[in-house]
Each structure stands twice: as C-alpha cells, then as structure tokens.
Design a protein around this ligand. Structure first.
Ligand SMILES: [Zn+2]
Length: 454
C-alpha cells in the first residue's frame, strides 16, 4: 500500500501543523496534573482531573459511548468510543495518563509538572510517557474529522506504571467494551528521532523466590564454621552457576542463542542509557540479541543480614528473589520450571531448597503481515519519508499481553513518542514536538487508509 495521493498527505500534515500550538497548550495542562498512581504523596484527585479532561476531549471528537470506569485498583479508566459502520473495522487507541513520580527533584533542570521548552524539546514528567501519547491520539482523530469509515475506541488508563492491574482485570471482565480489529499501544517509541519504528517483541517476566535452609538455628561461625554448611554460601554457589563467563544465562533447557532480526541497539547508546561504567564489560556478544531475543536473569533481592547488622554467625536460612526475562518463543511456565529445576539440582551439600513461583507474564510478539500492519508501515513511510524498522523491548507491557490473550486475531502494534532521548522514567523527561507531529500524521494516515483497506 502507498499513499499515491500526495495531496491527502499534505492536507493531513498541514491540518496537524495548524493544531500544534493548541496541542502544546493542552499538553501543558495535562502535564500539570500530578497523576502519579498509588503514591500517597500525590492526591488521587490529580488522577481524577486528568481522566475527566481526557474524557471531555474524547466527547468533543464524537466518541460518545463509554465513559469513566472505576478500575479494580481505585483509578479511573477512560473508555470512549464510536461504533464502526457495518463491515468497517474498529481500532483501539491505547495510552495512559498516569506518570512516574519525578524521583530526584533536585536533578530536574525545569519544574517536573510544568511543560517547559528548551532546545526544541518539551520537558516535563509525562510529556512523552504517555500524556504525549494521549495528545498524539487526539491530534490524529481531530485531523480526520468525524471520519465515518472506522470504529474508534480510546482507552486511557491511570495505573500503567503500576503494571496495569486495573486495566488487565477490566479487559478480562468486559471484552466487548474493548474489542477491536487493530490495537495501537501508543506507549512505545521510535528507535531514534525521525526513524519510524514498530516494537514487535516484548520479553515475558517471571519472579521466583528461592529459600535455602541448612541448620535449625543460627550458630557461631567460630565454633561451627568449617563443617556446618552456610546457606548463604550455598545460595551464592547456586546463583553463580546461572551465568557463564561471558555473562550469558545458562539455564539448562532455555535457548540462550536467539538472534534479533530487526534494528540494532548501538553499543554507545546502550552504555549511556544503562549508565554502564567505563571499562566495565557488557554481557554476551550483541546487545539487541541479549535484551530482545534471549533470556536474562537478575538477582532482585537477597534476605540475609546486612553488613551493618552482621555478626559472626552462620545463618539458618536465606532467600533470594530472582527475576527472569524470556523472549518470544519461550513459555513463561516452562522457563520458570527450568530455573527451579536447575537451582534444586545444583544446590551443594544437600541443603534444603524451596523454589516458589511468584508471578509471570508471557512474552509477546506482534503479528506482522496483516492489513493493519501494512497500512501502518505505509503511513509511517509517508509521514517520515523513510522505511519503518522493528525493534524489541526487554521489558513486559501487561496490556499487550492481555489484549493478545483476549483478542488473538487482533493486530497489535506498539509505537509512540518514547524515543531514547525522551529519557522516560528519569529526571528531565522530554518530548520532541517533531515526533508528536510526525507520529500524529502517521496515525491519521493509518486510520484513514485502514478503514478503506478491508
Ligand atoms: Zn508508558
């Protein structure tokens, strides 16, 4: 598919350009709501105000069905929709209005809840993640006018940063309110400013709690050390066996040789973003493979005495929580079992080992090659004048998984304004307004063409 009619592209672009000054005003207003979910420092009215503002904006666009729904986690979900004409597809536009707390207030160069322009970027918490995404959806819909050929469902949640507990439950309980043929998760971002990108793969996430016991009670390390098994030493030996020398995960039965087929993740960018100290090695042989196509393991916490509280005793028991990320192609339950088996089998000295499965989320792969995917690729090409690339994401996004599980036939696409320079979740988060404009143009072109493509 291509946009042969250059005039249509030009019209949509000039319409969106003319809307940008107003969009900046509106985004400033949205950013001023301190809509941090689940944090006592931020009153829940701030979230409620954001939700109401968004619903009003949706109503002005003719999305007259739906409304504000109380989510099980106490926040409000905005669901505003307009039915598709008979035979036409429905597109769901997902974004979220909750934001990360500012974190280190002193590290901000501008006030976190005041949109401030500096060096052609708009600074402020949530400008990119994801209030800019809300704005992008509104701009695209406004540019289309009351487009008759497509159904639209706007879904804007208020607890994404907490893992979307409310939305996940809502989607499972009310699938008919959010059913769609194509789902745009507008919470991703381009690989770089100006490089249109679809995120097509997310790793699943598993938490395992491992407890190691060897003694009835703590004993003196002078009197018994040497013959009495130290559970903490046993645990560290078990954990050390989960990586090879190069830092690859070596859980037996898990494929750790996956190859990423899409865009590369440049080494200097990764080192900068991850804050890796100079001369410290990166793990494995290739960054994109390591973070998007292979399992990774993190020791999230260990319960044992802190250095400050340590005394010369051998502990009776210790435990650790492990976080395992698995790429598409590996089922979470299978991966958990492989980890638990290896920990149990490799435990030294017959210490008692218990492994508990705390939580898991499945990996996600976007279906490529459908009509929505083709329409989006063409729309992005027309908006940016360059081909779309694909990237993965190492982290899970529970909404992707729940939509994929409820609507296996829907085409789910992950895109948005969170390109690397946006520094989402960190102090000094910012939005590149050219990305807002270009992505809104792409989205509007997509909505216009996808309605006709079926
Ligand atoms: Zn987000």
């Amino acid at each position: 598919m291509s946009f042969g009619n250059k005039d249509a592209v030009r019209d949509i672009r000039s319409t969106i350009q003319s809307m940008m000054p107003n969009a900046r005003q509106e985004l400033s207003h949205l950013v001023s709501f301190q809509s941090v979910a689940g944090n006592n420092q931020f009153p829940t009215e701030e979230s409620a105000k954001a939700a109401e503002w968004i619903l009003t904006a949706c109503r002005e666009l003719g999305l007259n069905e739906g409304g504000l729904y109380p989510a099980a986690d106490g926040t409000s979900l905005v669901i505003a929709s307009r039915q598709a004409p008979p035979g036409a597809p429905t597109v769901l536009l997902y974004s979220h209005y909750d934001v990360q707390p500012p974190l280190d207030a002193a590290a901000w160069h501008t006030p976190p809840f005041t949109l401030t322009e500096r060096d052609n970027r708009w600074y402020g918490r949530g400008t990119a993640d994801c209030k800019g995404g809300v704005m992008m959806n509104l701009l695209a819909l406004r540019a289309l006018g009351r487009h008759p050929n497509i159904g639209i469902t706007m879904v804007v949640e208020g607890s994404e940063e907490l893992g979307s507990p409310g939305l996940v439950r809502f989607v499972r309980d009310n699938p008919d309110l959010v059913r769609a043929d194509a789902i745009l998760i507008c919470d991703g971002g381009n690989a770089a400013v100006g490089q249109p990108t679809l995120t097509t793969s997310l790793r699943g996430n598993i938490h395992a709690l491992v407890t190691v016991r060897a003694l009835q009670a703590q004993v003196h390390s002078g009197m018994f050390g040497g013959a009495a098994p130290d559970p903490l030493a046993a645990l560290t030996k078990m954990l050390a066996g989960l990586w090879d020398k190069a830092g690859n995960v070596t859980i037996r039965g898990l494929d750790n040789a996956g190859i990423w087929e899409g865009a590369e993740y440049p080494t200097d960018r990764f080192r900068r973003e991850a804050g890796v100290l100079a001369d410290v090695d990166l793990l494995g042989d290739n960054i994109a493979n390591q973070v998007w196509a292979r399992p990774s393991l993190t020791i999230l916490g260990i319960d044992c005495p802190s250095v400050q509280e340590s005394v010369p005793v051998i502990q009776a028991q210790v435990r650790a929580r492990l976080g395992l990320r698995v790429p598409p192609g590996i089922k979470s339950d299978f991966a958990y079992q492989a980890l638990a088996d290896q920990l149990t089998l490799d435990a030294p000295w017959n210490v008692r080992v218990e492994v508990e499965h705390e939580a898991s989320g499945q990996p996600f792969t976007a279906t490529q090659g459908g009509p929505a995917y083709a329409a989006m690729q063409a729309a992005m090409r027309a908006a940016y004048g360059t081909e779309t690339v694909t990237q993965g994401q190492g982290a899970s996004i529970p909404v992707c998984t729940v939509f994929a599980e409820q609507f296996p036939d829907a085409e789910i696409m992950l895109m948005g304004l969170c390109e690397p320079e946006a520094m989402i979740h960190a102090p000094n988060e910012s939005l590149d307004p050219t990305e807002l404009e270009n992505m809104a143009v792409a989205e509007a072109l997509f909505l216009a063409s996808y309605g006709h493509s079926r």
